[in-house]
Design a protein around this ligand. Sequence first.
Ligand SMILES: Nc1ncnc2c1ncn2[C@@H]1O[C@H](COP(=O)(O)OP(=O)(O)OP(=O)(O)O)[C@@H](O)[C@H]1O
Length: 304
Amino acid sequence: MAGTAAALLVEGLVKRYKGGITALDGVDLRVEPGEVFAILGPNGAGKSTLINIVAQITTATAGAVAVFGTALQQDPLATKRLVGITPQEIALDPFFTVREVLVNHAGYYGFRDASAHVERLLERLGLAEHAHKRTRQLSGGMKRRLTVAKSLVHQPPLIILDEPTAGVDVALRRDLWAFVSELHQEGVTVILTTHYLEEAQALAGRVAIINHGRVVRCAPMSQLLNSFGGRRAAIQWQGGVAKPAQLPVGMQWDVAGEALSGTVDEQALPQLLAWAAEHGHGVRDLRLEPPRLEDVYLQLTAEG
Ligand SMILES: Nc1ncnc2c1ncn2[C@@H]1O[C@H](COP(=O)(O)OP(=O)(O)OP(=O)(O)O)[C@@H](O)[C@H]1O
């Protein structure tokens, strides 16, 4: 049923490395065509292992992977053509020029005349003026751009970006994500990992949080944020206020006694304001922010 096939289907995936480390401990995931899907988790959670299995850099100990209905184990070559993967570690041949890297990579996928697409990628990723340079002459950020371009040279319908913005400056991060959004609008399915949670919150429609090789939560972003009861709150008092004996959990009193901030339970805030009114403490400023992915993430990964 090609029409209803998931862009990526992962079932019961297990990976045990030699030496006994279980990096994936039974992972199930289904990413629909056209989604932007974030896979998040602490260092060592198993994200890269999962991506490396899909990229066929490493093999699974157990479980199954299918891309747009094609089983990786049955047809590894066809699967490879359907996915473009930007690995976390940059590995580029130092002796080729930027343009050669892309043309050669297109050739590897059987594209004889990929020049128009290669030129478009060079242009769009800000690499055109560096196209004649050997890769060893590139800055880290430029290498990162080239790695992304390389993963797109065969025009795959699914792209997987493993921390594409690790160690790159703000301008490039913004640029890369704008490009990813463009690809998404063109219908490409995007799976990404990042430790910049605000970026994941802005981009992804759904999120899977992985910890210790297991999916601890998989949900639409809005659902995940709404499930978190806490709100970020910051209060400034009119003048100094002595710290109350019972402070709401998750809030900090500043040293001067003029402000209170932190993550507060929804019920605790009215109680705090009632306490302030009772004691005649005026509120100079009160700010409430919607929950952040970071707060939900920290809660879920701490429980794991
Ligand atoms: N080639 C390998 N041989 C042995 N153990 C490995 C290998 N690669 C990864 N591991 C281990 O598997 C576990 C998962 O690592 P993985 O790189 O998949 O995590 P990650 O979620 O991508 O982490 P990060 O956010 O740091 O990139 C870790 O304990 C790691 O040390």
